[in-house]
Write a protein that binds this ligand. Structure first.
Ligand code: ATP
Length: 231
């Protein structure tokens, strides 16, 4: 479904991603892992078209995406939940969700009921300002907004960061339901090991901008954890 071929990325002179290959199959949940600052967010931003690819290529469902604008990638069916959530604080919950509708291929103006079923708190708080929500509620809103475009691929950047444990568990259950029961393909960046193990079927580890390991989640052993993940 999503293929990266030898993708390189720079911030000015600083070479941030080195020859990254990635192959995400339809229906999978892949977790990209690695310590702080190794390039995980840069990788997701590059996939979303928020940073231009310096060399290499990106394909989505067989179409070359390498130079496509971010809006076009969303329109092709990629939902993105950025690090830090980036919800609009002055817009209501409902209005925040409506911004996600803009990329829908069917141009529907109606927020799908499914989003409120998955996150009932968003329905309860639909007239409140996004900025008045707690961190956990804002994360649910960011995921809901990404789901509003009815994506076939959902990309999430550290969805559990700074969120209390019961909401983390709930978000994990929602991601799993969407992936395993509704066939949504998921690409996740996550540093919490237990969450990654409970949610994803495969992992890829980035270290200093290079992919250094990948495999089925069961193959993520203590040696890899010690070498690339623990601080
Ligand atoms: N806008 C930017 N300009 C210059 N350098 C940047 C910029 N954003 C990130 N970097 C640098 O690029 C490298 C990769 O950063 P990135 O945010 O992709 O890492 P990360 O693995 O997502 O880290 P974290 O887990 O802390 O979010 C880091 O060295 C970071 O300091």
């Amino acid at each position: 479904m999503l293929q990266l071929n030898k993708v390189n990325q720079y911030y000015g002179q600083s070479h941030t991603l080195w020859d990254i290959d990635l192959d995400l199959k339809k229906g999978e949940c892949l977790c990209v892992m690695g310590r702080n600052g190794v390039g995980k967010t840069t990788l997701l931003k590059t996939i979303m078209g928020l940073l231009p690819v310096k060399s290499g290529s990106i394909e989505f469902n067989g179409t070359d995406f390498t130079t496509l604008a971010a809006e076009e990638r969303a329109r092709a069916g990629i939902g993105y939940v950025p690090q830090g959530r980036e919800i609009f604080p002055l817009l209501s919950v409902e209005e925040n969700l409506e911004t996600g509708l803009q990329a829908r291929p069917d141009r529907s103006k109606k927020i799908p009921e499914r989003i409120y079923e998955l996150f009932p708190v968003l329905h309860e708080m639909r007239h409140r300002r996004g900025g008045d929500l707690s961190g956990g509620q804002q994360q649910q809103l960011a995921i809901g907004r990404a789901l509003a475009l009815d994506p076939t691929l959902l990309i999430l950047d550290e969805p559990t960061e700074g969120i209390q444990p019961n909401i983390v568990d709930m978000i994990g259950r929602v991601i799993k339901t969407l992936n395993q029961q509704e066939g949504l393909t998921v690409l996740l960046v996550e540093q919490k090991l237990h969450f990654a193990r409970a949610t994803a079927d495969r992992f890829a580890i980035i270290d200093r901008g290079s992919k250094v390991a990948e495999g089925d989640m069961g193959e993520l052993d203590e040696t890899l954890i010690k070498r690339y993940l623990t601080v």
